[in-house]
Design a protein around this ligand. Sequence first.
Ligand SMILES: Cc1cc2nc3c(=O)[nH]c(=O)nc-3n(C[C@H](O)[C@H](O)[C@H](O)COP(=O)(O)OP(=O)(O)OC[C@H]3O[C@@H](n4cnc5c(N)ncnc54)[C@H](O)[C@@H]3O)c2cc1C
Length: 433
Amino acid sequence: MPADLAGKLVTPDDRRYALMRSTYTTVGRPAVVAIPESAADVAAALRLAREQNLSVAVRSGGHGLSGGATNRGGLVIDLSALNRVEILDRASALVRVEAGARWAQVAHRLAPYGLGISSGDHGGVGVGGLTTGGGVGWLVRYCGLTVDRVRAVEMVLPDGTFVRADKKHNPDLLWVMRGAGAGAGIATAFEIEATEIGDVGYARLAVAVDPAGETLQRWEQAMATAPRELSTAVTLVSRGSSTTAFITAVVASSSLDCVRDAVEGLLAIGDAEIHENRILPYPELIPLGHVDHNTGQMPSHTTNGLLTQMTADAARALVAASSGPDSALIQLRSLAGAVNDLDPAETAYAHRHQSTLVVASVFPPSARTDLTRTWRPVVGHADGAYVNFESAPDNDTRARAYPGRTGARVEELWRRYDPAGVLRPLDGREKRR
Ligand SMILES: Cc1cc2nc3c(=O)[nH]c(=O)nc-3n(C[C@H](O)[C@H](O)[C@H](O)COP(=O)(O)OP(=O)(O)OC[C@H]3O[C@@H](n4cnc5c(N)ncnc54)[C@H](O)[C@@H]3O)c2cc1C
């Protein structure tokens, strides 16, 4: 064991191993988990893996759906000790967030300064995985994706070199780390332009969904004309042939009038009931209670697609996927707004014209093949995909996440910075060889 990693390596005979071996979705059996406390430690862990011929998995919060942040018989670089959150410049809202922090910790640390970062809907998700892939947060239409606000990345390349990527230095690396970072290097910290945010509006509604899915089309239309302060997430829950859309609405405003107006538009989409409607501090949306040890507690299979338009056929297919015999849990996330302000070539996340993200998941005993069957009628309506909601990334899903020129540039940069494929995000099966 290298001296510079003394006390920072956890092997199966260590009592910490049970809480370090797994991710949220996947029980792992790595030969060793390294817990670096600095970028130099990350480089030392990479060196150890090379010398011992161990495959490498990189973990920030361990909430990746593919389980690629653990492995069998390899080395896991667990960044959880790199979890500092600092204000670099309050006037420009520039903050530095280390990759191993969880988003609940970030929200609670920034709140006293009146700042927040739109990240995701779960406080346990890690900064590193989400911010190298995209980041569809509770305020996505108001703030854009998390990657849209990343101004610099501190990272260790697969050859152990430490670099800073920003607009002036290594702009190619900055580009790839904003959407396709997992295959280029190990991010240790991000500089992010946070948003001035205090209290936000929060409402929960339930709306009956007709089998033809017209309710979903009306939801999409309501979102198309809604102010960008409003972002919504919809979960379809079916019992027999009846389907209900549970809508969570978050409004980037502490004015009850503004929240009432935003919710008003949603009430018009169908036979709706309001379950909750209040103002709350932003960190309450992603509470510290979400932060937990990962023990493979949520085995699941997940896939996703982006919709440019909720056509009648797409809406019907979604209701069928939620209520059919091999039903999946279907979630919709409103996009557009600030997300679509960026040029598609500006970041490795290229999808800048779609309106909706659709995520489909199944849980044991359902298998990946059940999800594939249920998803088949939906996938033809999708226009691209988001890498972070895919539990079995392969060439096909990667081509949907990184289409056309974006895909070619991602591939070229992954090869340039990681020619040996040390970090190449493989599907869970391959990685756990
Ligand atoms: C309950 C839950 C809710 C979610 N909600 C949302 C949501 O609302 N919005 C959204 O956008 N996404 C959401 N996601 C998806 C989430 O963005 C991804 O799963 C993300 O990869 C998790 O980040 P992590 O750091 O916890 O992942 P990890 O499991 O630690 O890592 C996942 C993969 O990311 C790569 N990676 C991790 N850290 C680094 C790093 N520092 N440098 C380079 N590569 C790295 C590695 O390839 C790794 O295998 C959710 C996931 C879950 C499980």
